[in-house]
Design a protein around this ligand. Structure first.
Ligand code: G1P
Length: 309
């Protein structure tokens, strides 16, 4: 399929990326810098997410921001003085890296206004999205580009006229960190029918260990539901609560989940962020060999140090 045919066939063309969180888990690094700008190897986390949207055919990207997020919009702008200097030096490689983020997509920004929760942030996208289905990508979840997920979700949305969320089996002791799904099997082992959702249940209350990971393909009916929603867990307007409304059959269309079994990195957590840097570092074109060699050597030294303790 050519790019033009793909665009014509698309029912989903817009991506919304909520990025208004305060990033308190990364203080002091995030005191004056948005958490979405923390680099993973050599690119800020947000760039991976925008690249993922673009490779799923969504080149119209709306980023919902909050206070102190100026750096985010700068990252998707051109930087004439830097480009001029690199051009003068004839440094094509670096120039390409600078252009990479500014020519990636049509990136729009909208301020959330008040930090009332993820559901509220998504609701703010209505003026940009209008009466169309759209994708939501959360910046803390990084999906490895080698394991595409969003394309599959959009295909399920189209085929089933449904809201589609991404799910992943997590250890039971971690389920309290996620939205959690009540799900029924379908004929397809990668797809479940979602009949209920609960935001961050305790391990005891969790109906399953199927966690909502931060990818959603939503139908525009979500906006009316979000508008009517009372604050939920943590006093915030929860996207999970709006989806639960649909999952319980109170909306127009059903909710399906695509069960993801690929590589995902939680970059909102410090330890996982470091692991993501290592995992993507060893596979990096230019740096991989050096980092891999060093890790193997370091692992030996660490093992020796620990056994000497
Ligand atoms: C949000 C959602 C939650 C989801 C999670 C995925 O929570 O509210 O349902 O499972 O993202 O990362 P947050 O991690 O922003 O607290």
């Amino acid at each position: 399929m050519t790019d033009t045919q793909r665009t014509q066939a698309r029912t989903v063309t817009k991506a919304v990326i909520p990025a208004a969180g305060l990033g308190t888990r990364f203080l002091p690094a995030t005191k004056a810098m948005p958490k979405e700008m923390l680099p993973i190897v050599d690119k800020p986390a947000i760039q991976y997410v925008v690249e993922e949207a673009v490779s799923a055919g969504l080149s119209d990207v709306l980023i919902i921001t909050g206070r102190n997020k100026g750096n985010l919009s700068n990252h998707f702008d051109s930087v004439p003085e830097l480009e001029f200097t690199l051009e003068r030096k004839g440094d094509e490689g670096k120039l390409e890296k600078v252009h990479g983020s500014s020519e990636l997509a049509e990136v729009h920004f909208l301020r959330q206004g008040q930090p009332l929760g993820l559901g509220h942030a998504v609701g703010r996208a209505r003026c940009h999205v209008g009466n169309e289905s759209f994708a939501v990508l959360l910046g803390d979840d990084l999906i490895d580009a080698r394991d595409p997920l969003l394309d599959r979700m959009i295909a399920e949305h189209d085929a089933r006229s449904a809201t589609v969320i991404a799910l992943m089996e997590v250890p039971w002791e971690s389920i309290h960190l996620y939205g959690c799904a009540v799900a029924e099997e379908t004929d397809d082992p990668d797809v479940v029918r979602v009949t209920g959702l609960v935001e961050k249940p305790s391990r005891e209350e969790a109906p399953s260990n199927l966690a909502v990971i931060g990818r959603y393909v939503l139908r525009p009916e979500i906006f009316d539901i979000l508008d009517e929603l009372e604050p939920g867990r943590g006093g915030e307007i929860q996207l999970t609560d709006a989806l639960n409304h649909l999952a319980e059959g109170k909306g127009e269309g059903p909710v399906y989940g695509v069960v993801f079994r690929g590589r995902r990195y939680d970059t909102g957590d410090r330890a996982d962020w470091i692991k993501a840097n290592v995992l993507l570092g060893v596979d990096h074109e230019e740096l991989g060999q050096e980092i891999g060699d060093w890790i193997l050597d370091f692992a030996d030294r660490l093992r020796a140090r620990r056994s000497g303790d």
